[in-house]
Design a protein around this ligand. Structure first.
Ligand SMILES: *[C@@H]1O[C@H](CO)[C@@H](O)[C@H](O)[C@H]1NC(C)=O
Ligand SMILES: *[C@@H]1O[C@H](CO)[C@@H](O)[C@H](O)[C@H]1NC(C)=O
Ligand SMILES: *[C@@H]1O[C@H](CO)[C@@H](O)[C@H](O)[C@H]1NC(C)=O
Ligand SMILES: *[C@@H]1O[C@H](CO)[C@@H](O)[C@H](O)[C@H]1NC(C)=O
Ligand SMILES: *[C@@H]1O[C@H](CO)[C@@H](O)[C@H](O)[C@H]1NC(C)=O
Length: 363
């Protein structure tokens, strides 16, 4: 159900992004309400009224568009829907419970404890794959991937020739060498000037060595240069014919009808990207060392071994308040990391919401 809400936000965002050609429709307001404030969808304005961390939107009737923010239900409390339960908890048999936290080979009491398609073996009381074919990587051992033929396979080792990312090990990418040959590269391992795949998402894993100050910029591992930053103009023309003076990590948002606009930060600055990459490299290394799958639950391997690295990554990769509004509103990790909610209403550009929602999906 939580995924459905995120998807709904995504489609709504996509809808407004399409509508957003006209200047004054370019961005929408998001609220982030506390106890007993109105939430849901304002069909007149298209505004999404979210509840802040620790609250869920309770609708009086099933088809209501608007409801009231109520306190989330903690472990063991009665519920009828996943959305009512605090953070990453789900509604299981009418009670908020922690589900799907155990990876392959870990202990379980019932199948609800096992992640994805794994089942709890009654004989061994551990999570096991349910058939001779795999559905996803979670069905396979940590060092193996699930192939297109639904069989687990040992990925291509670091430094060996590859064609695609999914042939390489967990978190490794298939990167080009200077002569065009592609080889698997360990995350955060490549030196300055190495070719990297710049996916444009600073929160995603790259092959460049963050601890040497490198991030992937335009497909090259580059030293972050904070001196290139120039002051952001407060008054610019947004339209496509005007020479925009906004920086790479900013976008021009119209502030009134016509093309009068302002530069808003919409993604991480180079310095923020590096900070995020450094924190993420420690987190990924911890997952690899402990063979933990990326399962964010209070009883998961990730939490048992890499909780501090995970929370440092969340902090290090957190974007400024205005950009991060949706994530701040509804932080699924709230019962893992201490997060501070916000009850303010901030305008954010729609495509940022799209990017954020996408990053939640693919990260
Ligand atoms: C919550 O809001 C509703 C509607 O505005 C009101 O009737 C109700 O008394 C409020 N409840 C509390 C506990 O404040
Ligand atoms: C919904 O949007 C309209 C138009 O912007 C506004 O007048 C109204 O107060 C909003 N309702 C709520 C519940 O936010
Ligand atoms: C099932 O899990 C075992 C480890 O318990 C693993 O060795 C095997 O490759 C997995 N097979 C499939 C098809 O998922
Ligand atoms: C490209 O360079 C790598 C490493 O220097 C080397 O192993 C590989 O054989 C080269 N490939 C070609 C096609 O020359
Ligand atoms: C775009 O901006 C330029 C320069 O400010 C202006 O001359 C032009 O009329 C604008 N076009 C539109 C469609 O607003």
């Amino acid at each position: 159900m939580k995924q459905i809400i995120i998807l709904a936000i995504f489609f709504l965002a996509a809808f407004y992004a399409v509508q957003g050609e006209q200047c004054d429709l370019y961005y929408e307001e998001y609220a982030c309400g506390g106890f007993n404030t109105t939430c849901g969808l304002n069909v007149t304005s298209g505004q999404q009224l979210l509840c802040q961390t620790g609250y869920y939107c309770q609708f009086a009737n099933k088809d209501d568009k608007l409801g009231l923010c109520q306190e989330s239900i903690d472990l063991g409390g009665k519920c009828t829907d996943d959305d009512q339960c605090l953070g990453s908890y789900d509604c299981e048999n009418g009670v908020c419970a922690e589900t799907q936290f155990a990876q392959l080979g870990e202990e379980c009491a019932s199948t609800a404890d096992c992640y994805s398609k794994l089942i709890c073996s009654t004989a061994t009381k551990t999570c096991t794959n349910s058939s001779t074919t795999c559905h996803d990587d979670y069905d396979c051992q940590f060092d193996e991937n699930c192939g297109k033929d639904n069989q687990c396979f040992a990925p291509i080792a670091v430094g060996q020739v590859c064609d695609k990312d999914d042939e390489c090990g967990t978190y490794s990418l298939c990167e080009k060498l200077a002569n065009g040959t592609k080889v698997c590269a360990a995350p955060y391992s490549l030196a300055e000037n190495a070719i990297c795949s710049d996916n444009g998402n600073p929160n995603k894993i790259t092959s460049c060595d963050a601890n040497k100050g490198l991030v992937c910029l335009k497909d090259v591992c580059s030293l972050v240069n904070t001196n290139t930053l120039t002051p952001t103009p407060s008054d610019v023309k947004c339209n496509s014919t005007a020479t925009t003076t906004c920086q790479d990590f900013e976008d021009c948002i119209c502030t009134s009808a016509g093309d009068q606009g302002k530069c808003y930060q919409t993604s991480a600055t180079p310095t923020q990207s590096l900070q995020c990459a450094k924190a993420n490299s420690k987190f990924i290394q911890c997952l690899i060392t402990n063979k933990c799958q990326n399962i964010v639950k209070p009883s998961s391997c990730l939490y048992n071994h890499c909780a501090s690295e995970y929370c440092d990554m969340k902090d290090g990769c957190a974007l400024p308040q205005a950009i991060n509004q949706v994530e701040n509103c509804q932080d699924i990790a709230q019962n893992i990391c201490a997060v501070t909610g916000s009850s303010s209403t901030i305008a954010i550009p729609m495509f940022t919401v799209v990017a954020l929602v996408l990053s939640v999906f693919f990260f």
